[in-house]
Design a protein around this ligand. Structure first.
Ligand code: SF4
Length: 550
């Protein structure tokens, strides 16, 4: 009789970006272990917090109830047989999976846990029979062999890093089907040459191990065959090696020209040649700025060359590469106003999206070890958010959370990049001031507004808010231009998204609204005659375009 082994996890959301890749890698390693081949049956069973049945769970003891649901589903597979359950833990699921392990152990299951949370706390979580700190592809099959041989073994295992050349791809092995998730997480490398103090890599080996080109090519061919719509590249320093980055971009362009790629990149290492190469495939870059305060970045061991950073961003903007920026609030040395200035700096660079996060002091990081000494107070439970640093009180954190929410709704969801800076300039207001006003006047009055994700509705909210704001400042005569550019770019972005045509009415000639002239709203209103026009948006060779209609 074979031993059932289930690799499982609880994902944070249901999205093409949330794939059980860690659990699938372990399943692949077990499946490919020659000594286990004929004696185990491996399966992958992932859950998501956004699964309909889990969403319906509410009330007191919610985590217990979710754990019970997960166990019921897993026990349907094991059917009372002695089994092994491998659990992949993260900050958002560890409490639930701890509870699940307690239940599973009473049903003939042996629980092995791994993942970032276990790696951060080797030996801390007693609910699991075995915990594996680090990459699990070598240790987990070893543990299973010993379980089968009734051998004694340590409960806490510090795993060695596997040779990536020996690992089989869970995609190529058919363990995980990207078509099922409408996307793929694509691992190109493990490790990072940097040591940012707040990251798990801060105590890593500082070496980067690459997957072979042979595996990469085969995975790309599979993505092409499966017509994968989007791929999230897992390589925190994709472009540090420019030669390899360009080689991969060319490979991507030749094998999967229609797939959309998301990369994490360092702006300091982008030159014009690389920026141009990014324009040859459908893609977006996410760039970790984290803080625009050099002193703060030094304190978290993330030296920053502002000049090179700005140069890299200007190459992206000039070549028309879509990119977003990340900022973290609560870093040591960051004050409320220095963070706000950093946000204004980031917004001035025209990012497509600006993601603003609260710092998490993750166990297992260099920052965690130094937290007390440098005056960081943080939640002792996941997600370990900072609640106070030496420079900011809890009240400042609340204000920054509000700013983050306003940015997410007004700027990101509201697709404000083409007009945000022009509107701020016209109002003679910093971007963060505008976002704070939006929070106070709109979000605080309608806390559920963030749940609205239809862009047309968001645009209406933006226009109503701005109409009042322009009026309060006696700038009504400029609002007509602002309204046009918001409506124009909104319609273009929706057509890009859906491919559907749209008809909109403008106050000015659409050609002028679409031109550089409209970037200076005051100048435009004072120099260009009003001329009502109606336009229709449509798709033209893969890009949204418009024509004037009667
Ligand atoms: S935050 Fe990114 S760049 Fe910094 S150490 Fe971690 S993975 Fe590397």
């Amino acid at each position: 009789m074979t031993l059932p082994i289930i690799c499982t996890t609880l994902l944070i959301e249901k999205s093409p970006q949330a794939l059980p890749l860690g659990a699938a890698c372990i399943a692949s390693a077990i499946k490919n272990c020659s000594e286990l081949k004929d004696v185990v049956e491996v399966s992958l069973k992932a859950f998501s917090i956004e699964d309909e049945k889990i969403q319906r769970i509410s009330g007191e003891n919610k985590n217990e109830k979710i754990a019970e649901y997960i166990c019921d589903e897993l026990l349907k597979i094991t059917n009372g047989r002695k089994s092994v359950v491998c659990l992949s833990t993260f900050v958002w699921n560890v409490r639930i999976l701890q509870k699940a392990a307690l239940i599973l152990k009473n049903h003939n299951c042996i629980c092995i846990a791994g993942g970032p949370e276990i790696t951060a706390h080797p030996g801390f979580y007693k609910e699991f029979d075995f915990t594996v700190s680090g990459e699990g592809e070598i240790s987990v099959p070893e543990i299973i062999k010993k379980i089968l041989g009734f051998e004694q073994l340590n409960k806490v295992i510090i795993s060695e890093s596997p040779d990536l050349a020996l690992l089989k791809s869970p995609y190529l092995e058919g363990i995980i089907d990207p078509a099922e998730y409408d996307g793929a997480l694509w691992e190109l490398a493990r490790g990072c040459p940097f040591k940012c103090a707040y990251c798990y890599e801060s105590k890593g080996e500082k070496t980067v191990r690459m997957f072979s080109m042979e595996r990469i090519k085969a995975e790309l061919e599979l993505f092409a065959k499966k017509k994968v719509a989007q791929v999230f590249v897992l390589d925190p320093t994709y472009n540090v090696n420019k030669k390899r980055a360009i080689e991969l971009l060319r490979l991507i362009a030749s094998k999967t020209p229609d797939t959309f790629y998301y990369f994490e990149a360092r702006a300091e290492f982008i030159d014009r040649e690389l920026a141009r190469e990014f324009t040859k495939i459908p893609c977006a870059l996410q760039i970790g700025l984290q803080s625009a305060n050099e002193e703060v970045l030094k304190l978290v061991n993330r030296p920053w060359d502002k000049k090179k950073f700005l140069k890299g961003i200007s190459f992206l903007n000039e070549e028309g590469v879509t990119f977003g920026l990340d900022l973290i609030f609560g870093l040591p040395g960051e004050t409320f106003s220095s963070f706000r200035n950093g946000m204004d700096f980031a917004l001035s660079l025209y990012p497509n999206n600006l993601e603003v996060f609260c710092l998490s002091v993750l166990p297992g990081t260099d920052l965690f070890d130094r937290a007390e000494k440098i005056g960081l107070k943080y939640q002792k439970e996941p997600p370990y958010h900072v609640i106070q640093n030496k420079e900011m009180q809890p009240g400042d954190f609340k204000r920054l959370e509000k700013l983050a929410k306003a940015c997410s709704f007004f700027y990101n969801e509201g697709r404000a990049v083409p007009w945000f800076n022009s509107v701020c300039k016209c109002l003679k207001m910093n971007g963060t001031k505008l976002l704070e006003l939006f929070y106070d006047k709109i979000i605080s009055e309608h806390p559920d507004i963030g749940k609205c994700c239809e862009h047309k509705m968001i645009e209406k909210t933006q226009l109503d808010f701005l109409c009042k704001l322009f009026a309060e400042r006696k700038l009504e005569k400029y609002f007509m231009v602002a309204e046009d550019i918001i409506k124009f770019y909104g319609a273009i972005s929706r057509t890009t998204d859906t491919g559907k045509q749209e008809i909109i009415q403008l106050n000015y000639n659409a050609e002028y609204i679409a031109s550089e002239y409209a970037s200076d709203i005051r100048w435009f209103a004072e120099n260009i005659k009003m001329q009502k026009s109606k336009i229709q948006t449509f798709m033209n060779n893969g890009n949204a375009d418009f024509r004037v209609v009667k």
